[in-house]
Design a protein around this ligand. Structure first.
Ligand code: FMN
Length: 345
């Protein structure tokens, strides 16, 4: 599959998740079978570009290409400037966020709220495409099915975005009004796919290889994007890829492999965030990895009392070593229990 002139390794994408899909997590997902990973969103507010948070998000050191940066904002000129700023820092693809209930930027709601203001949404797309064109950087866009149940305008917008020069669309099968409630629907994603010629990516509630196959069949999408189901379970890309290619279900990973993956993930995490912040922000990842394991609740509360990265790393190591004594493999995943913690950005 191509985004503009850029070829992708495969058609399984990690969804951008603020506070989750940082560089270490993206790299891990790619190692485990994701072909493409969009970064966490970066604000279009220039005054925040030098903050530690934004500079960490714009850190792509050692990341395999293509490097895709998502930008969020409500002003076309600022979004164009943010695009160029990120291109100058290594972005090879710019993704516009009209897909998540993003925070207010300059007193206006960014992200999926833009779908309610079609002229502004289009103005932003046109400005970002124009800013990226001289750099030969393709622009993609992520949106929902619409503003609310009565205003599902994804198809109309998709046509206009395509005409504006956007080169790929990802569609989460919920409206903005829904937040993360209810179930994703794929009819609108299928309608978007039928309405445009650029690649369309289906997103929302893809939690198992079987569901991945169903969503592909229901939408005819060119690619699939997985978010929450990859939290603490980055090998889901390998499982989906194998299932789509062979029709066979892979055995769950060995506990020993997950132990190694998680311990390496933690080291990368501490290296990016430093010890103080790293030990705290790693807790949610650890919680997701152990979520379905015996003793998880107790282990998670113990994690909250540990404030030293070496002790945290060792506790995780011991937990999985002990688990490996009683079982070889991780429990099989049916549908993911998407609890509140999955939404913690
Ligand atoms: C913690 C969290 C953070 C998110 N941050 C973003 C973001 O920065 N940009 C974006 O476009 N979508 C964001 N999303 C939405 C996801 O990309 C995705 O569309 C949504 O979770 C549905 O896919 P899923 O059911 O596979 O999780 C976020 C979702 C979660 C759970």
């Amino acid at each position: 599959m191509q985004i503009g002139h850029i070829s992708l390794a495969n058609t399984l994408f990690v969804a951008p998740m603020a506070g989750v899909t940082d560089r270490p997590f993206r790299q891990l997902c790619r190692t485990l079978g994701a072909g493409y990973a969009v970064s966490e969103m970066v604000t279009s507010r220039r005054d925040l570009w030098n903050t530690l948070k934004t500079s960490r998000r714009a850190n792509h050191d050692g990341e395999p290409g293509p490097i895709a940066v998502q930008i969020a904002g409500t002003d076309a000129q600022m979004m164009a400037e943010a695009a160029v700023y990120n291109v100058e820092r290594g972005a090879q693809i710019i993704d516009i966020n009209m897909g998540c209930p993003a925070k207010k930027v300059c007193n206006k709601w960014a992200g999926s709220a833009l779908m309610q203001d079609e002229p502004l949404a289009l103005e932003i797309a046109e400005a970002v495409v124009a800013a990226c064109a001289p750099h030969r950087v393709p622009v993609t866009l992520k949106m929902r099915t619409g503003w609310c149940q009565a205003h599902k305008n994804a198809v109309a917008l998709a046509r206009r975005f395509e005409a504006a020069g956007v080169q790929m669309l990802a569609v989460h099968g919920r409206t903005r009004e829904q937040g993360y409630r209810g179930e994703a629907e794929y009819d609108t994603v299928a309608a978007v796919k039928a309405a445009v010629r650029i690649p369309v990516v289906a997103n929302g509630d893809i939690t198992t290889p079987l569901k991945a196959r169903e969503v592909l069949a229901a939408t005819g999408a060119d690619a699939l994007m997985v978010g929450r189901a990859a939290q603490g379970r980055p090998w889901i890309f390998r499982e989906i890829g194998h299932f789509l290619a062979t029709g066979e279900t892979l055995a769950p990973p060995l506990v020993a492999e997950v132990r190694r993956l998680l311990l390496d993930h933690l080291l990368e995490h501490y290296a990016l965030y430093g010890d103080f912040t790293g030990v705290r922000s790693a807790r949610k990842h650890i919680g997701w990895y152990v979520h379905t394991l015996p003793g998880a609740a107790e282990f998670r509360s113990r994690m909250n009392t540990i404030e030293d990265s070496q002790l945290q790393w060792q506790a995780v190591s011991d937990f999985f070593e002990e688990l490996a004594v009683s079982t070889d493999r991780m429990p099989a995943q049916t549908a993911l229990a998407q609890d509140e913690s999955a939404l913690a950005g």
